[in-house]
Design a protein around this ligand. Sequence first.
Ligand SMILES: NC(=O)c1ccc[n+]([C@@H]2O[C@H](COP(=O)([O-])OP(=O)(O)OC[C@H]3O[C@@H](n4cnc5c(N)ncnc54)[C@H](O)[C@@H]3O)[C@@H](O)[C@H]2O)c1
Length: 420
Amino acid sequence: MKVAIVGLGYIGLPTAVTIANAGIPVYGYDINEKLVSEVKKGRTYIKEEGFVEALKNAISTEMLKVGTEMKNSDYYLIAVNTSLNKENNKINLQHLKSACASVGAVLKKGDVIIVESTVTPGTTENILIPIIEEKSGLKCCEDFYIAYCPERVLPGNLMYELIHNDRIVGGTDEKSGEKVREFYLHYVKGKIHVTDVKTAELAKLMENTYRAVNIALANELALIVEKVGGNVYKAIEMANSHPRVNIHLPGPGVGGYCLTKDPWFLIEDYPESKIIRDSLEINSYMPEHVVEIVENALREKGKEIKGSNIAVLGLAYKGNVSDPRESPGYEVYLLLLNKGARVVIHDPYVDEYMGYVPERSIEDAVKDADAVVITTEHNVYGNIDWNALKELMAENPVIVDTKNIINGRELNVFKLGVRE
Ligand SMILES: NC(=O)c1ccc[n+]([C@@H]2O[C@H](COP(=O)([O-])OP(=O)(O)OC[C@H]3O[C@@H](n4cnc5c(N)ncnc54)[C@H](O)[C@@H]3O)[C@@H](O)[C@H]2O)c1
């Protein structure tokens, strides 16, 4: 049994390593030459616990080989990027279409294809299968088998969840579903739910839409509390003591690769959407709102945002991970720059984003700062001695904590959704 993984990014490479270390020979294919040559040396930009060791093991045992040329295999697992075209909020399928064409070019009778990239409903049957059939000259469900199987790992806990999460297998027919279920049994310990393709495509998008809409609800609750007074965190805690209520937490916006695009994929052919569309708008307004809080807080201290020194703490889109994609911290940074502030971003995990290399020393980042804005819940920000840090800042500094991680009234911290 040979497995090819197409696309060696955040999802593809850890999947390739997991399967290789389960004793199945894997060939990893990616069009990015630099990435492939780094992987060959056991190097990666993915910072997940235990991942580098697992990668080095897979490479040194030769269970994982990688290259920039597509090779024939028995199973093809496609995990290339499917991004959002921000001009029209529609899916960009360019990479997935070309990955399917590459697979089609080497496909033989009896092969099995698994699509893990996130797609809009109907994509597998209406777009991907026709490309594969045309390139291979083979017929789906007769000559080859294909299923859509969304990935739902949590960055930060990726190596565990790849094995232990439940999986959805959306087979194009019964035989495809069964073959792919058997494939996952080689390394997945979670439950494997077999269904049809469309249901699997919809389920993936619904999961992330549910989360984005609920974050938007928490964000709106924070905005309401800022107007009517109170503490949104205390109120949410009380509300969540109800047995059937589980309100999320507000924040400076929604980042990451999935929550920012998947809800748009779901409503791509449903422009009538109200709840989902409004939620996305509330979430994307939050960085702007954070800047308003900073501006008002500085004014209270008799300072203007223009010309102020500001440190943004957190470039990763969430706590204790190195992934900065669609980072609210970066968005806040850009908005502050636009207002004429002098801004520096600190992050202990992220190496670089959009050409920006974050400051590694928190002391250097906050030195002489008129304002500090916490945008990511890295543990280090909760554990640090804020009284000592405040000594390094400018006179009368402002701290805006959008993640509710600093306690201590004496620090005079401004928070989202708190006006007591
Ligand atoms: N990152 C996550 O946490 C996550 C979670 C669930 C689902 N997903 C979905 O999984 C898919 C992959 O996401 P990712 O985060 O791994 O993306 P990524 O951008 O990190 O990696 C994609 C890789 O595919 C490669 N690639 C692009 N076109 C190719 C082609 N034609 N042939 C071979 N390789 C090609 C790229 O060079 C890149 O290395 C996306 O659809 C995403 O929505 C991601």
